[in-house]
Design a protein around this ligand. Structure first.
Ligand SMILES: C[S@@+](CC[C@H](N)C(=O)[O-])C[C@H]1O[C@@H](n2cnc3c(N)ncnc32)[C@H](O)[C@@H]1O
Ligand code: SF4
Ligand code: SF4
Length: 462
């Protein structure tokens, strides 16, 4: 890896009420309103090398109890952040990572107060702009080569990620490890009594995601499962490719207090969509979304989410896709990196600082097995992981969850052989992870027609 310094931003003295400028650094006391305030450094005067990633190194001291958001916004889409993360006093060595495909579009480095109640206090000492030859994806292997202490508390309750009810799918997506063009297709489906057992172990008020390693809408019992969840006071959600969402089915699903529909759409170009999601048509998804929006008059509380897996050739289309989906009035859009060889990831947003312990949950699979994480859900399709707990073998599913955690803590377990090579731990970070970028359209809808800087009190440093 080679980091080439481009420039060190100098601090100008400037005189505003809430900013004290000292000779060698600037000290900022923010207002106590969430994101109404920013200090920005103009980057538009720089010509960056579009083949290299940009790393922005910030020497900044954040006082205890203070929280700030630091981000870089887009020139073309001022309200959109290419990178944005929250930081507090424990964060030293702050780095912002800009993928090469975005460097032509960066506008400002922006510091915002991210706490609603207090006047955050921080000081900025030095900002360095570095061109980097490092491929962010390589950081995952580098981190995996370091020693790591695995540990997870033994749980005393069930932590359900999702119920995948069927392996059967109506599409054949190019990247899919379950039903893609080059993989063995299976037709396992959970029995009704198995789903009932899971739902009976959960507590009223909990969300439950129904999904599949195929597609949930291919399960003939789908309405029954939503009804069962609703009757138990659970909040059902579904994750689907969305191609079978016709008005009659949507009417039926919404009867069961559905909280969220997450639809996977990996391109907003109809031709590219059809190439990725083989057998699907983008126009079917758009009709479904139109109808879902119409039904929001009757059911205002359910949310429509779009999920987009990013590939090398779609990574730089993110803002285009944001504009497309904002117009279609969906609630949010999440972009995620692509996994390959089951347990590796590429097209990540930024390199993680270090390895994190995984949040072990229960992922119920169509063949009746229970996996502790996404990685093992994928691996078990290719290899028979006969050591995974089975729903039918437990009177109390909390014991199955505890067994999964024991495997994670045991250096000699079969699970730990997978862990050694795996990149999926990246998704367990409590802060923003390099795996996912979520755009919440409801949050910034009101600011849309204004430029970013006209919506907040801002001090630009040139
Ligand atoms: C296996 S699918 C099951 C649900 C449903 N059939 C669908 O496509 O939404 C779950 C999610 O994994 C995503 N996915 C499939 N293959 C992937 C890959 N290689 N990398 C990242 N995400 C992938 C899909 O786009 C989908 O959002
Ligand atoms: S729709 Fe989902 S399960 Fe089906 S092939 Fe595509 S990604 Fe795989
Ligand atoms: S296989 Fe990967 S995701 Fe699963 S527990 Fe191990 S490191 Fe975590």
């Amino acid at each position: 890896m080679q980091n080439i310094p481009i420039d060190i931003l100098k601090f100008k003295k400037f005189n505003v009420e809430s900013i004290k400028t000292l000779s060698e650094y600037c000290e900022i006391i923010s207002s106590n309103k969430f994101w109404d305030y920013s200090i920005s450094y103009d980057l538009t005067k720089y010509k960056f090398n579009s083949k290299k990633n940009l790393v922005i190194k910030i020497d900044c001291k954040i006082n205890s109890n203070s929280n700030i958001t630091i981000g870089v916004n887009s020139k073309k889409y001022q309200n959109n952040f290419i990178f944005s993360e929250d930081f507090n006093s424990k964060d030293t060595n702050i780095r912002l990572f800009i993928n090469a495909s975005f460097v032509h579009d960066i506008s400002h480095i922006i510091f915002r107060n991210s706490d609603k109640t207090i006047n955050n206090k921080f000081s900025i000492h030095k900002i360095e702009l570095l061109e980097s030859d490092e491929n962010f994806d390589d950081s995952l292997e580098q981190i995996n080569s370091k020693k790591f202490e695995y540990f997870h508390e033994i749980p005393n309750e069930l932590n359900v990620d999702s119920i995948s009810t069927t392996e059967v799918c109506n599409l054949e997506c190019v990247m899919c490890h379950f039903n893609g063009p080059n993989v063995e297709k299976k037709n396992g489906t959970l029995r009704i009594d198995q789903v009932k057992k899971i739902l009976d172990t959960m507590k009223p008020g909990q969300s439950i995601m129904f999904t599949a390693t195929g597609d949930f809408l291919m399960d003939k019992n789908l309405s029954l499962y939503l009804k069962m969840a609703n009757e138990r006071g659970l909040l059902p959600e579904i994750h689907t490719n969305g191609t079978l969402l016709k008005p009659v089915l949507i009417d039926e699903l919404l009867n069961y207090n559905l909280k969220k529909i997450r639809i996977s759409v990996d391109s907003t170009d109809p031709k590219q969509y059809a190439k990725i999601r083989r057998g699907g048509k983008l126009e079917d998804i758009l009709s479904a979304i139109k109808y879902l929006n119409y039904k929001k008059k009757q059911f205002p509380n359910f949310k429509i989410e779009i999920n987009c897996t990013l590939f090398k050739n779609t990574f730089n289309k993110q803002f285009e896709m944001e504009d497309f989906w904002r117009d279609k009035r969906v609630d949010s859009l999440s972009f995620n990196s692509e996994y390959y060889n089951s347990i590796k990831h590429r097209n990540i947003f930024f390199p993680p600082k270090k390895r994190k312990n995984c949040e072990i949950k229960s992922y119920f699979l169509p063949n009746g097995k229970i996996a502790p994480c996404c990685a093992t859900c994928v691996v078990q399709h290719e290899r028979d992981l006969d050591w995974l707990p089975k729903i039918d073998d437990y009177d109390n599913l909390v014991d199955a969850q505890a067994d999964l955690v024991k495997m994670y803590n045991d250096p000699n377990s079969e699970l730990r052989n997978i862990c050694k090579e795996c990149h999926w731990w990246m998704i367990s970070d409590k802060k923003q992870t390099g795996y996912i970028r979520i755009v919440d359209f409801n949050k910034n809808r009101k600011e849309l027609n204004k430029s970013f800087f006209s919506t907040i009190k801002n001090y630009i440093i040139n």
